[in-house]
Design a protein around this ligand. Structure first.
Ligand code: 5RP
Length: 220
């Protein structure tokens, strides 16, 4: 992954932003570049909804108002990164532990534009360990259920999410049917959310290239 590829994808997302709208903004290094570019271009916004405390802090530092999703209603646009994407724009997210709020904003948005560098596009999801946010007391119970699903869960030591929960990263999953896998993991008691964005994937993928260009993909 290169910085120029991330920047190309973040810059391309600016074209989707309507002046004076309320914008959903994701988390991670590519989203951070996007936020900085928004500010650099002085794009005026009525407000923003942030997927993490870190993103909220960065937006406020640039002078953008951060609003409560309960007060904004549905959003027109959500811009966020990903850890992996397939050609159907089904994603793995949560490398930054912000998956639950990211999923909520994606669900509340008419359009989800995903910004990623070219290393994120894969044929089969699952080489990146699948993050799952879990209620702390259910950690071992959920881990055992994930082993039964064929995974190899690892507790992300020292990480507490913005919602006060813990993260299990699941290795060695062959995610042949992402929608079914998302549904099955969601049904484990104690799971808050799973970083598979399959039932609601991205609508547009802006895939930055190392030479600074950007490919635009829509779901196949
Ligand atoms: C955070 C995320 C990020 O979108 C994902 O980790 C990608 O991050 P980066 O842009 O730094 O590669 O899901 O929870």
């Amino acid at each position: 992954m290169s910085e120029s590829a991330k920047r190309a994808s973040a810059a391309a997302a600016l074209e989707y932003v309507q002046a004076d709208s309320i914008l959903g903004v994701g988390s991670g290094s590519t989203a951070n570049i996007f936020i900085d570019l928004l500010a650099e271009k002085r794009l005026p916004l009525a407000g923003t909804v942030a997927s993490s405390e870190a993103t909220a802090e960065r937006l406020r530092a640039h002078g953008y108002e951060v609003m409560d999703l309960n007060h904004t209603g549905g959003l027109d646009l959500y811009v966020d990164g990903a850890d992996e994407t397939d050609a159907h724009l089904r994603l793995i997210k949560g490398g930054g532990a912000a998956l639950t709020r990211e999923k909520i904003i994606a669900a509340a948005s008419a359009r989800f534009v995903c910004i990623a560098d070219n290393s994120k596009l894969v044929e089969l999801l699952g080489a990146f360990p699948l993050p799952i946010e879990v209620i702390p007391m259910a950690r071992s119970h959920v881990a055992r259920a994930l082993v039964r699903l064929g995974g190899d869960p690892e507790y992300r030591e020292g990480v507490v999410t913005d919602n006060g929960n813990v993260i299990l990263d699941v290795h060695n999953l062959r995610i042949l049917d992402p929608v079914a896998m998302e549904r099955d993991i969601n049904q484990i008691v104690g799971v808050v959310s799973v970083g598979l964005f399959a039932a609601r994937g991205a609508d547009v993928l802006l895939l930055g290239q190392d030479d600074g260009s950007c490919r635009t993909l829509t779901p196949q």
